[in-house]
Design a protein around this ligand. Sequence first.
Ligand code: SF4
Ligand code: SF4
Length: 189
Amino acid sequence: MVSNLKTSSFVDEISAIPGGEGVRNCIQCGTCTASCPNADKMDHTPSELIAMARAGMKNEVLSSNAMWYCLSCYLCTVRCPRGIKQTDLMHALECLAVREGLSHGRTLTPAMYRSFNDFVYSLGSLPEMGFMTWFYMLTNPLRAIRMLPVAIRLFRHGRLNVKARRLTPQGTDQLRAILDKAESLGGVS
Ligand code: SF4
Ligand code: SF4
């Protein structure tokens, strides 16, 4: 009885996040896994993740590397016979993993999202140089030094913005209202 309660609460948690609604409709046909170009890098395949989620294996699901390897190619989504938006589900699991402090330790993607969010929220735009420098400071400052030659080449070809293009104060307010709304719907800032 206790285990049933735990199971339904994790599935409810996933279902409540936009993109996670379809988790109960899966028939475990494996089409999403067979379609996924990154399934071989995932510790649990997309269909396994759904089965584990429905079995209430919250910690195992949220500490998986699988969702962080999702390329958002949408192959699983367009091929699912049950109309489950597996791509959105993967991103819903990312949100939950970050919120619960269980995001997979070997991926830098949460730090990338954090850096992206900080810049967009405060400036309304993304100056690539500042964004990448901040990302490396959060993760591995030595890597920033190793990437310097690439940055210089990009800069010479006009592919690296150094200056932030700021929004008008009114535009900034509107963008923040959108981001706040996304957070209230389950996004993580
Ligand atoms: S393709 Fe759809 S129904 Fe089949 S296993 Fe994947 S999510 Fe479940
Ligand atoms: S959207 Fe993600 S989970 Fe789906 S097939 Fe592509 S990489 Fe795999």
